[in-house]
Design a protein around this ligand. Structure first.
Ligand SMILES: *Cc1c(COP(=O)(O)O)cnc(C)c1O
Length: 362
């Protein structure tokens, strides 16, 4: 019925493309949070491991725990560990990114109780995104804490607020400056300095001069770098396809869908597709905003998207029930489709529901 096909060889292509942007010694952190951006985290992560990725990263502990239970052995960072899952994090040999006093103290307490020393941790600084992280003026306190031998400080990082812009904004410049100061501070105190990292996917393409020791890439591995110029070098890895469930003829003046969503201005042929907002195709794609491809032609979504189904206008398309429907793929990409609904690739692909069958191909 509905399939999301994941191309492993396109992951290879995107990984190599990222490698070409950075120095040979710079490490890549493959970000596989949110089921590898809605695809299939174990297949995605395993391929990255085969490609030689240095680290994996997830958002929450349970995501890392799942990868461990599926046999992933390489280091996994947890970007946003929560207090209530720190024991689980430790049991699964995951590496926490410590972003405030509460989480640092909480983790320290567990390590001391269990008499664990030199446990790998990462420190996250907030340099201007104002989401998570220690403020730069807490760095003395952080450095003091890191002297406790329960910790092994592996890396220090921050996250840019607007890395999509080809030229850095004033905010971006100030984030880089603050990070430089933090880097100097953290380098000088130890004879084994931690690694530093600042860039996500778009950062790698726009500001490779600030790659430091590692880069954190998610969306670029999926074929998008938030700019058409960079997207042209990458290959989308996922194709979302469906098929026509029913075709019917709607007379001029009749309505289609809930709430009189659309009134046919002329006799119209409508195809109903088995995908709705419960599958991640939200209502914002309705009312002719989004369109799908059927037999090489564009069919606009009419009226309101329902929970499990949606309707498209196929009046000018030669098609029958059972015919294939393409929502997005290599040519009409997820990024383009997302834009039609005033969304972005990240939101569209991570929001695809579990009813859509994931298929993995070479
Ligand atoms: C999700 C995430 C990334 C990956 O960002 P992309 O734009 O997908 O490359 C990097 N760093 C942090 C802290 C993240 O949360």
């Amino acid at each position: 019925m509905n399939t999301l096909t994941l191309s492993l060889s396109n992951i290879d292509h995107n990984y190599n493309c990222i490698r070409e942007q950075i120095n040979a010694t710079t490490q890549i952190i493959g970000v596989v949070k949110a089921n590898a951006y809605g695809s299939s985290s174990i297949h995605f992560a395993s391929r990255l491991v085969e490609l030689g990725v240095d680290y994996l990263a997830v958002a929450y502990t349970e995501e890392g725990q799942q990868l461990r239970s599926q046999g992933v052995k390489i280091p996994i960072m947890v970007f946003y560990p929560q207090l209530d899952a720190l024991d689980t994090l430790l049991d699964a040999c995951l590496e926490p990114c410590l972003y405030n006093e509460t989480i640092l103290e909480g983790f320290k307490k567990i390590l001391l109780e269990k008499k664990i020393s030199h446990y790998p941790v990462h420190i996250k600084y907030n340099t201007g995104l104002n989401r998570l992280g220690f403020t730069p003026d807490q760095s003395d306190w952080v450095l003091e804490q890191m002297k406790n031998n329960c910790f092994q400080l592996e890396s220090v990082y921050s996250h840019l607020a607007a890395s999509e812009a080809k030229r850095p904004s004033a905010l971006c410049k100030s984030q880089i400056e603050l990070f430089e100061i933090l880097k100097i501070k953290h380098s000088s105190v130890s004879n084994q300095p931690p690694k530093f990292h600042l860039l996500n996917s778009s950062g790698v393409f726009n500001y490779p001069e600030h790659q430091y020791d590692m880069v954190r890439c998610g969306i670029a591995l999926h074929g998008f770098a938030n700019h058409p110029d960079w997207d042209a070098h990458l290959k989308p890895i996922c194709v979302l396809e469906s098929s026509i469930t029913q075709i019917h003829q709607v007379k001029k003046g009749n309505f289609v869908g809930y709430d009189h969503g659309w009134q046919a201005p002329q006799n119209t042929q409508i195809a109903t597709l088995p995908l709705g907002h419960a599958d991640g195709i939200g209502r914002h794609f309705g009312h002719h905003k989004g369109s799908v491809m059927i037999n090489g032609k564009k069919a606009p979504i009419v009226g309101n998207v329902c929970m499990d189904l949606l309707m498209v206008d196929v009046t000018s398309i030669d098609c029958e029930e059972g015919d294939k429907v393409k929502f997005f793929g290599e040519l009409n990409t997820a990024s383009t489709f997302a834009l039609q609904g005033n969304s972005i690739s990240y939101e569209l692909i991570t929001g695809l529901g579990s009813r859509i069958k994931r298929i993995v191909k070479e």
